[in-house]
Write a protein that binds this ligand. Structure first.
Ligand SMILES: C[S@@+](CC[C@H](N)C(=O)[O-])C[C@H]1O[C@@H](n2cnc3c(N)ncnc32)[C@H](O)[C@@H]1O
Length: 204
């Protein structure tokens, strides 16, 4: 955790730092750790969200990404989290963040559920994943996204931070998604080649 992470949390009036391991570690569900703010700054410098977008963070933990993009772009965002404890912390953050927000055209909401059971809304069009779960669960979630596109045609983006090769190979080989953007996190990518963002797109 960096000083910058703490500073950004303070300015949003939230607390999202730290890691959380699971007592009964499952090979399907990964631990909590937030995307570093520095990485978010670099990625969203070149990848813009519009007010009409609706973002879903699959495995949002304490909600750093939802608060960050709501604050920066004023877009609607849903955080999905399976852990009851992290979900409660996200709600506490929401109460504190909302006291600072003056304008609120867009909503932030959190749902406590398994990502694979979340019913993708027909307005949801940007989907964020920071290494939350196994490839099997990822496949189910991508299926659910594609089914929602069948219900309403639209362009959808899947954004991966710190992607593993199984996620990438699955999207490239077994789905209609195409890679449209890659952003390396400076100072980190040189040490760890997983330190980048990839954006895959489907639809017009
Ligand atoms: C690496 S953290 C990412 C946190 C956040 N997306 C961010 O980038 O700051 C992964 C999170 O996914 C959650 N998670 C793991 N499996 C899940 C599942 N099947 N459904 C919902 N949440 C899940 C974990 O509890 C953890 O909070």
């Amino acid at each position: 955790m960096s000083i910058y992470d703490k500073e950004c949390d303070r300015s949003l009036r939230i607390n999202t730092v730290g890691k959380r391991e699971w007592l009964h570690q499952s090979s399907h569900y990964n631990r909590y750790e937030a995307t570093p703010y520095k990485a978010l700054d670099e990625f969203f410098e070149g990848y813009k969200l519009n007010k009409t977008d609706s973002v879903v963070d699959f495995g949002c933990g304490k909600g750093r990404l939802p608060f960050y993009i709501h604050d920066r772009f004023d877009v609607s965002v849903t955080g999905i989290e399976m852990s009851g404890q992290l979900y409660m912390e996200a709600l506490e953050n929401e109460a504190s963040y909302m006291r600072k927000v003056k304008r609120a055209n867009a909503y932030i909401r959190f749902e406590r559920c398994l990502a694979e059971e979340y019913e993708v809304g027909v307005e949801d069009n940007r989907f964020y994943f920071f290494n939350p779960f196994s490839i099997q669960i990822f496949m189910t979630v991508i299926d659910n996204i594609l089914l929602s596109v069948e219900r309403r045609q639209r362009s959808v983006d899947v954004i991966l931070y710190y992607p593993t090769s199984d996620y990438i190979e699955f999207l490239e080989n077994d789905t209609p998604f195409e890679l449209v953007k890659g952003v390396k996190v400076s100072g980190r990518y040189e040490i760890d080649p997983n330190e980048h963002f990839l954006v895959f797109r489907f639809g017009d």
